[in-house]
Design a protein around this ligand. Sequence first.
Ligand code: C2E
Ligand code: MG
Ligand code: MG
Ligand code: MG
Length: 288
Amino acid sequence: EAKSDGRGVFRFFEPSMGACLRNRRQLEHDIRHAIMRDELSVAYQPQADLQSSQVFGFEALLRWNHATRGHIPPAEFIPMAEECGAILQIGEWVLRTACAEAVRWERPLAIAVNVSVMQLHSGNLPELVDEILRETGLEPSRLELEITESTLIKDVGRALEALGKLKALGVRIAMDDFGTGYSSLTNLRAFPFDKIKVDRSFIRSVHTNEEAAAIMRAVFGLARGLRLPVLAEGVETEGELSFLRQEGCDAMQGYFLAHPAPIAEFEQYTSQTGIAATHQKHELHLLR
Ligand code: C2E
Ligand code: MG
Ligand code: MG
Ligand code: MG
């Protein structure tokens, strides 16, 4: 390890950096074993239609409860899992777990699963999805794969081929985090998306900030032109919700309706009987 000799040369490797790297290597090791150790779980967050005020599906969100470090957020471990390749195994686990969960529901709601670009480029994602659909018996039209747009552009040809095969299976594709990538507009035309999920940074304060409102109206205009439905991510307030509804946004997801949680907490949506007798305060707001 290179250290300062006291005269200020070659001080590019601090002891704290060594600790950080060891830490990271340890975590990369742990993530490979997380499935075996039963540390992964899936949280579900409902998605609602703004016309009918009905919950039509859930997004599956991966959770890692590390044996000694406790809960580690996906924003931390997903990029790491992508770098060390573990995302392929983990992504397969999420797909299988979420599809198996969805077939247990009494109502045939949609299930949205995030897919990393590494999975898309792996060469066998369409085959894997086909296998999981057969294995679980999930109707392909109930599955939606969410792809973060900024990650698509690395290998357009390969991504297009995989997406084409997935669409042929009857699976739907959503562009996730719309607006945060580098070439949103090009990607929208080039890729066969079925839905646009607008990133929550665009939803924030949309009802109080004229610039934010103008940007969202432009997004709605664009989506209408392309005949793509829009789901607003990260809706937290009633003000944001009424703006979105007024502007003709198709669907929403966010803390205002519900935080991601174990599926057992959403029986009012997944069961046939629960729907009529809902006492959810947020659903009452939505129903107005
Ligand atoms: P995403 O796919 O855009 O998921 C939405 C994120 O926003 C989730 O964070 C969710 O908990 C959070 N969220 C939902 N409603 C609200 C809200 O009203 N306000 C705020 N502030 N946040 C809200 P989470 O679960 O921490 O996941 C972060 C990201 O990690 C996801 O963003 C997705 O890109 C990635 N991710 C999660 N699970 C998976 C997975 O199974 N596979 C892959 N490849 N990526 C995943
Ligand atoms: Mg997502
Ligand atoms: Mg994302
Ligand atoms: Mg998103």
